[in-house]
Design a protein around this ligand. Structure first.
Ligand code: KIV
Length: 270
């Protein structure tokens, strides 16, 4: 008999930093991957707006809608028993006003069955984060390189190399913490800056392309599994080669059909 696992809460995530336990986070977009990741002991499953690229095939995350996130969050929730499920709020679902943010974040919890939401933004978004937390919506921040700013940056460029920029990112981190966020994703910043922010904050930092000194790490699951092999990122470690395994399996199946070898008698009904 399998024992029921204690669900991860935002308080548990915060306590993990205090106890020096690394937080392991990974994206998922459907119930099957969410279930497998949950069974493997992932602490936070993020329904990332990266789904715009890996699921929908867009060149960036800009076209993703709140309906897309709710749909995939709801699917993931069906596969999860233990992990904290975080829904990533997409571009223009929270930037226009705190009211817009609260309504859409509320939908992620009510319709997407998420436990929390993630938003990109620093000092300028702090009041919106405060308003969301105050009405009962746990918020994860996301600072440094913010993919929803791709058109302003002119690409996915590392942020915080210049001292003025680094200081602004530190201010962003402190503002989002003070607004009540339970954790912050640090994306694509120099490792020393990520280490400095991690030391300054009481809430955990979850790094992606931000070096080893964050309180936790996150990756896009398609990258970890070697499914998105059209991209090659320095900060990704691939633990599987699923893209070539799938191509090989499908080629073999096609060959078997063409050779009259599929289905066999034992794969057919009388
Ligand atoms: O959209 C996403 O998948 C993300 C993470 C990789 C942090 O924001």
């Amino acid at each position: 008999m399998t024992s029921k696992k204690e669900p991860i809460t935002v308080n548990k995530i915060k306590a993990m930093k205090r106890h020096g336990e690394k937080i392991v986070a990974l994206t998922a977009y459907d119930a099957t991957f969410a279930r497998l990741e949950d069974e493997a002991g992932i602490d936070i499953i993020l329904v990332g707006d990266s789904l715009g690229m890996v699921i929908q095939g867009h060149k960036n995350t800009i076209p993703v809608t709140i309906e897309d996130i709710i749909y995939h969050s709801r699917a993931c929730a069906n596969g999860i028993q233990r992990a904290l499920l975080v829904a990533d709020m997409p571009f223009m679902s929270y930037q226009a006003s705190a009211e817009q943010a609260m309504i859409n974040a509320g939908r992620c919890l009510k319709e997407g069955n998420a436990d929390a939401v993630k938003v990109e933004g620093g000092e300028a978004l702090a009041e919106t984060v405060r308003r969301m937390v105050n009405i009962g919506i746990p918020v994860m921040g996301h600072i440094g390189m913010q993919p929803q700013m791709v058109n302003v940056y002119g690409g996915y460029k590392i942020q915080g190399r210049k001292s003025q920029q680094a200081k602004a990112i530190i201010r962003d981190a402190e503002a989002i913490q003070d607004a009540g966020a339970f954790a912050i994703v640090l994306e694509k910043i120099p490792r020393d800056l990520a280490a400095d922010i991690t030391k300054r904050l009481k809430i955990p930092t979850i790094g992606i392309a931000a070096g080893p000194d964050c309180d936790g790490q996150i990756l896009v699951n398609y990258d970890l599994f070697g499914l998105a092999d059209q991209f090659n990122f320095k900060f990704v470690r691939r633990y599987l080669k699923l893209a070539s395994d799938i191509r090989d399996a499908v080629t073999k199946w096609g060959d078997d059909i063409r050779a009259g070898d599929f289905p066999k008698d034992e794969e057919s009904f009388e």
